[in-house]
Design a protein around this ligand. Structure first.
Ligand SMILES: C[S@@+](CC[C@H](N)C(=O)[O-])C[C@H]1O[C@@H](n2cnc3c(N)ncnc32)[C@H](O)[C@@H]1O
Length: 272
């Protein structure tokens, strides 16, 4: 899917039912997410990630700058902004960014940017201490994800940490993985319902078959894109992020919990 089409879909979702488009728990479909609970889900997720990084023995530089890649309306960005000196949220959708600005409780130190390209030139090399991305790369075509990953590693400061989520490809060939995943999430039907609930949407004609696609990239490929002399993937752990009722309740899965269903991987990258 081209970035243009991806942006159109997310603009539509942002105008229809933005919180549900981000965390698709069927119970909260149709504008039923409670605003406070939605942002609390981000706070909980970031808390769990920070605890996990501490468990790994990693030091997070809270005096530095954080970046939330694919920030949506700021569910996770606000939680990062509360903890870091400066925080950026970046998203392809102007609708998401507009809402993120409306919900921004840290206007002095939390900046939202719209970016409709696969370039991240707005950030300098070695400038960001902590990068987080959840529920984003799973919707971006791998060729673009690879470009983003290279740049994200490039803007990461020495000593910086980059944590991101991506669905696991372990279910088998990509084709059947994607088909099964889409069926499980029933995103096509549910997004269609969401759009009709929201009434006419100006980009609807361009997305007659609205359906947010899901992608995965095997670990081996991710390592070859990211790893270099001074950049290492220090941890890869299975998580429940692809569960339909995830809602930020991040769980690190043990091997015996992997049977049945679909799982994500959380990658932790450190730059020396
Ligand atoms: C499922 S939402 C997740 C939002 C946020 N990470 C969270 O967990 O609350 C996916 C977000 O990624 C954004 N997105 C998709 N493709 C993107 C891209 N190429 N660059 C930046 N943002 C993108 C979408 O607009 C959407 O806001």
């Amino acid at each position: 899917m081209s970035l243009k089409k991806l942006k159109q879909d997310w603009e539509c979702l942002a105008s229809a039912d933005p919180m549900w488009a981000i965390c698709n728990d069927p119970l909260n479909e149709g504008m039923r997410w409670n605003e406070k609970e939605f942002f609390l889900s981000g706070e909980n997720e970031i808390n769990i990630v920070i605890e996990y990084l501490r468990f790994l023995g990693l030091d997070i530089d809270f005096n530095g700058t954080a970046l939330d890649f694919g920030c949506g309306i700021g569910r996770l960005t606000q939680a990062l902004a509360r903890r870091f000196s400066l925080c950026y949220g970046i998203d392809i959708s102007s609708g998401m960014i507009k809402l993120a600005n409306q919900y921004n409780a840290y206007k002095q130190k939390c900046i939202y940017l719209e970016n409709f390209s696969d370039k991240l030139n707005m950030f300098g090399e070695n400038s960001i201490s902590f990068i987080y991305s959840s529920l984003v790369f799973q919707h971006i075509e791998p060729k673009h994800t690879k470009t983003y990953l290279k740049q994200l590693v490039n803007i990461l400061k020495p000593g910086g940490i980059f944590v991101f989520q991506m669905p696991s490809c372990f279910m088998g060939p990509e084709e059947s993985f994607l088909k099964k995943l889409r069926n499980t999430l029933q995103l096509r039907t549910r997004i269609k319902r969401c759009l009709s609930f929201a009434g006419p949407c100006h980009v609807l004609p361009a997305i007659k078959q609205p359906g947010i696609k899901m992608y995965c990239i095997p670990i081996k490929e991710i390592s070859s894109i990211i790893e270099s002399r001074n950049v290492k993937i220090t941890d890869v752990v299975n998580t429940n992020s692809t569960n339909v009722n995830f809602n930020g309740r991040l769980i690190y899965l043990k091997e015996e919990e992997l049977c049945g269903g679909y799982i994500s991987k959380q990658y932790c990258v450190v730059k020396q």
